[in-house]
Design a binder for this molecule. Structure first.
Ligand SMILES: *Cc1c(COP(=O)(O)O)cnc(C)c1O
Length: 430
């Protein structure tokens, strides 16, 4: 036996290997050198054949520029929180690319002077909701809500919230805690199942800055319930902030229980807050719409600067607002017959699997309990896990894998089918 330490290839020699030229160019010499050192160490301790050093280096180096991977959504859940909620449309993606270098986000190219940041997105939003006197865009829905509470109530001031609307939004974050974290006191009114206008009216005091009406977007309470409507609350002597959550700008007959910005403002809400990456189908953002004087108070508040929205997001938001439709709207509204055809096409490309009915969901904490009738290709249960390694996310239901086609585009089908075929063939040979 020869001493393995003797056969460790020299760093320079490994780095000069033509097979590593690409990696050196893409990742830089230092990064590749680090991987070479690790491989050399393995040779030294006798766990790597010195002839396989280059392969080991290539295996250890990332093949993608970032760790985040593109995932194909075959869950049938339109707004899947764990894969980034709304998928952007082609127009929005192009807008992000165009804005990525330098852009006139805050500059008037005609005069060379400073311009209102994100005016394109704000104008597009205002045009979509004429009921709003003014609009503002911040980092996300939570920021919009915190900013509204703080700007209207002030530190130590109060906002009134129904006990039926003390909502946890996910990952342990609770909206009341969010509001309290900026120094605003929550005054709870009513009960879990019933809160009336009089409960709010009785609770109004000198420190009340606003009534906060929060849409309980991710759960339902059935039975002996009642709540004060926005139009009732509008008669109170304090501003009404309506957190509608999902960002529907106008009513959608498919989602009858989902509040929308236009209707809420018409009913008398002074401000509406919502997310950009739920039903609106855009990037992560928080929208504020409503009374001009109140929007201006939020805009001038120091914390607004900490919630400022990025140029890439502004570009994606404007493009989303101007686009004729979004992938989210398309996935929600595609007719069941078209989904069935897509599922049949996928099954044919896979070469196996049964085309079955599949109940999709809106997801993202929107429209809980609403089924979206659709179609999927059913495969054996274990397939879902293996598909995940190919970055295809399917759903497991009643002992089988459902590859739901609702959120897949026709151009995604070949990649999904290839992943399914690969997984099924491996399964067969195991
Ligand atoms: C989702 C949601 C939020 C939080 O919005 P983000 O954009 O996730 O910060 C706040 N309120 C309601 C009612 C929601 O549904």
């Amino acid at each position: 036996m020869t001493d393995p330490r003797r056969s460790v290839p020299r760093t320079d020699a490994v780095l000069a290997d033509p097979e590593l030229a690409d990696a050196v160019e893409r990742l830089g010499r230092e990064r590749v050198k680090e991987a070479v050192r690790h491989a050399q160490e393995k040779v030294r301790v006798g766990v790597l054949d010195p002839h396989h050093v280059v392969d080991a280096v290539l295996d250890a180096l990332p093949t993608r520029p970032v760790t985040a991977r593109r995932v194909l959504n075959a869950t049938g859940v339109v707004l899947h929180t764990n894969i980034g909620r709304a998928a952007l449309g082609d127009e929005a993606i192009q807008a992000v690319v165009d804005a990525a270098r330098c852009t006139d986000v805050e500059l008037d190219l005609a005069t060379g002077s400073r311009a209102r940041r994100g005016r394109g997105a704000l104008t597009a939003l205002a045009a979509r909701v004429p009921e709003a006197e003014a609009v503002l865009v911040v980092n996300n829905g939570a920021a919009a809500l915190a900013l509204a509470a703080l700007a209207l109530a002030g530190p130590g001031g109060e906002v009134l919230v129904s006990r039926g609307e003390m909502v946890e939004i996910g990952d342990g974050f609770r909206l009341p805690a969010l509001v309290e974290s900026v120094g605003v006191v929550i005054r709870e009114v009513g009960t879990t199942n019933r809160t009336r206008l009089a409960d709010y009216a009785d609770a109004i005091g000198p420190r009340t800055g606003a009534v906060l009406k929060i849409h309980p977007s991710n759960f339902r309470v059935d039975g002996f319930t009642c709540e004060a409507t926005v139009s009732e609350l509008a008669g109170l002597p304090v501003p009404v902030v309506h957190d509608i959550g999902s960002g529907l700008l106008a009513p959608d007959p498919l989602l009858p229980e989902e509040p929308d910005a236009a209707s809420s403002l018409r009913a008398g809400a002074d401000l509406v807050t919502c997310s950009g990456d739920k039903l609106l189908g855009g990037p992560q953002a928080g929208l504020v719409l409503g009374r001009a004087d109140l929007v201006e108070r939020l805009r001038r508040h120091p914390l607004q600067r900490a919630f400022r929205i990025d140029k890439l997001t502004l570009a994606a938001l404007e493009a989303t607002l101007l686009a004729p439709t979004t992938p989210t709207a398309t996935a929600l509204h595609t007719a069941s017959s078209s989904l069935r055809e897509r599922a049949e096409s996928l099954a044919a490309q896979v070469g196996s699997g049964e085309v079955v009915e599949s109940q999709g969901r809106v997801g993202g904490g929107s429209a809980p309990g609403l089924d979206l009738p659709g179609w999927a290709v059913a495969l054996p249960e274990g397939v879902a896990e293996a598909l995940r390694e190919h970055a295809v996310l399917a759903r497991v239901e009643k002992g089988r894998t459902l590859v739901d086609v609702r959120c897949l585009r026709d151009e995604d089908l070949p990649a999904v089918a290839a992943a399914c075929r690969e997984v099924l063939s491996q399964k067969g040979t195991r």
